[in-house]
Each structure stands twice: as C-alpha cells, then as structure tokens.
Design a protein around this ligand. Sequence first.
Ligand code: URA
Length: 190
Amino acid sequence: MDKANELKNIHAKWLAECTCELRKTATQGVTGDGNTNAQIVFIGEAPGAKEDKEGRPFIGSAGKFLAEMLESVKMKREDIYITNIVKYRPPENRDPTLKEIADCAEWLAEEIKLIDPTLIVFLGRHSMNHFFPDEKISEAHGVLLTGNHFGKARNFLPLYHPAAALYNGSLREVLKKDFKKISKILKTLK
Ligand code: URA
C-alpha cells in the first residue's frame, strides 16, 4: 500500500476510535493534511472555528499567515505536511488540556512515523512543550532541538505560533527570521 493510502487508513481508524472528550463539542475531527513524502512536518496546537467547520488544518487567519510565511521562503503548502497535537477544536479555542493532548498522541505518532520527516517544526509552545516540557518558546524558538520521539532520534525546530505573531509586530518579525532558518537547517541535516 502506498503512503497516501496508509495515511488515509490511519486517519479513518482514529476518527472512529479516538477517545478525546472534545469529540462531544467539536463538529468533526481535523486530520493532518499535505504531502506524505514531505521532509518537513509542521505541528500546530488544535483546530480553530474555520478548521472545525471545514475539516482541514490551518485554513483560518493563522493558516493564511502561515501560507504567507511559507511563500516568503519559497515553500509551498503542497511540499509540507501539517497537523495538530489535538485533532478536535477546544470550545472557545481554549488551550487543550494535557488529557486531550494525551488522547490524541498516538494518532499524531502514527502520522509522524509514517511520513518520517527530516525536520519537525513546532508551531507554538503547546506542541513543543508536549515533547520538550522544560523548554521556553521565548528561548527555544529558531533553535534546533534533537530528541528521541516517535520511535527514534529526530530533529525539531520550535517556532512561535502564527496566531500569536499575527497581531504582534515584534513576534511577527521574529517568526519571519526563524522561517528563513528552516531551509538552512534542513540542508545541514541531509
Ligand atoms: N491553529 C492551530 O494550531 N491549528 C490549526 O489547525 C488552526 C489554528
């Protein structure tokens, strides 16, 4: 079976079996989306209102800003894979709880192991802190981290979440600079 079909099966299985309590309030599960042969996987936090309605990650205002950032470094959404640590929208877009993150964790692990990217980019502190609980996003953003996650030693780059940077001019500049590091870092990893 090819990777795209394997991924479809992973999503279908977890959409049926995930025990996350947020299923009760969300419209639908928002699965990861993109290129199954991607060298880079972006991991965000949880779907927002637009994602919940349409079933695709990062298509609201944070997603549009992310698309702008990708374009600024000549990357296309079709080249990457993008997903969230939590697949269901938390009510009023509140932060996901540790239990909600834990309930969606195996789903995320199966996606990552299948795609097996060279670099994993965390969008925001929630996804970073699930794997690196002692790091602070204000210090770790733009810095390559390595760690044993998803079955082997892997490379991670934490960035500010685009929603945080969207309305904050100084974070916006930091995020732009950090985005420029992605392809440089990727080259060092090959
Ligand atoms: N923010 C996220 O972290 N994920 C989405 O899918 C949308 C907004």
